[in-house]
Design a protein around this ligand. Structure first.
Ligand code: ZN
Ligand code: ZN
Length: 256
């Protein structure tokens, strides 16, 4: 299985997975980058589209792609899609040419947001997490509560450490600037920020990123770590338990 990140809009990635014959894409907010790639790879047929949540920058390309390729669409059972879609939720699986994808409910950014995790044979696992987990950050809470998002992130963080995290946006550098404000003495975070700065200087993606790296550098996966929770309490004295600490961390990022 080969993994590619197609750029869309200013900072979206449409993840594309293929085996030289069949392809799937994740969250095609725009059909154009996908159709261009398919034209450049005439032996590959798009047969499946995965969708993590209902926002237009993740679903805008669906009508055009379905019309042009007749690909099946698989999305969150609890959210409306602009095309006919198979709705999946926690515990459901989808088999795609030998790859079994497991569906996780990850409410917070939106209420019905789902993520897909799968383990291609002989390769590191893959996580398509949409706008729930970003490198160094997490999605804004548009619909869900801090408690829901913390629980969603806890469950993603419990996946195998070698999982390649495929986020839907290139937000890494601004997330890492905030992460460094929270944890200035985290050496893994400082090293990762240097690596990502170099990648972006060469216009390269900072993703996918290993989940084990995220556990070491992402403050939203580390809100119970003493260095993070102490920094949050210093910023907002009302943070007193896991959920209020996470909520205060997310609110701090919103104004950073
Ligand atoms: Zn979104
Ligand atoms: Zn988005």
């Amino acid at each position: 299985m080969k993994l590619t990140a197609l750029s869309a809009f200013s900072d979206n990635y449409i993840w594309l997975l293929h085996d030289d014959h069949r392809a799937l894409v994740v969250d095609p907010g725009d059909s154009a980058p996908v159709l261009t790639w398919l034209q450049q790879h005439p032996g590959v047929q798009l047969d499946t589209i995965l969708v993590t949540h209902h926002h237009a920058d993740h679903t805008g390309g669906l009508p055009d792609l379905v019309e042009q390729t007749a690909a099946q669409v698989v999305g969150p059972a609890l959210e409306n899609m602009p095309v006919t879609a198979q709705g999946l939720q926690q515990g459901d699986t989808l088999d795609w040419h030998g790859l079994r994808l497991h569906v996780h409910d990850v409410p917070g950014h939106t209420l019905g947001h789902i993520a897909f995790w799968g383990h291609p044979e002989g390769q590191a696992p893959l996580l398509f997490c949409g706008d729930t987990l970003f490198s160094g950050g997490c999605g804004r809470l548009f619909e869900g509560t801090p408690a829901q998002m913390l629980d969603s992130l806890d469950r993603l963080a419990a996946l195998p450490g070698d999982t390649r995290v495929c986020c839907a946006h290139e937000y890494t550098l601004s997330n890492l600037a905030f992460a460094l404000a929270v944890e200035p003495d985290n050496s893994a975070l400082r090293n990762h920020a240097q690596t990502c700065t170099r990648l972006r200087q060469h216009n390269r993606a900072t993703l996918p990123v290993a989940l084990s790296t995220e556990r070491a550098i992402n403050p939203f996966l580390r809100s119970r770590t003493p260095s993070v929770s102490a920094a949050v309490r210093q910023h907002d004295a009302s943070a007193c338990d896991d959920i209020t600490t996470f909520a205060a961390l997310r609110a701090w990022k919103n104004t950073f």
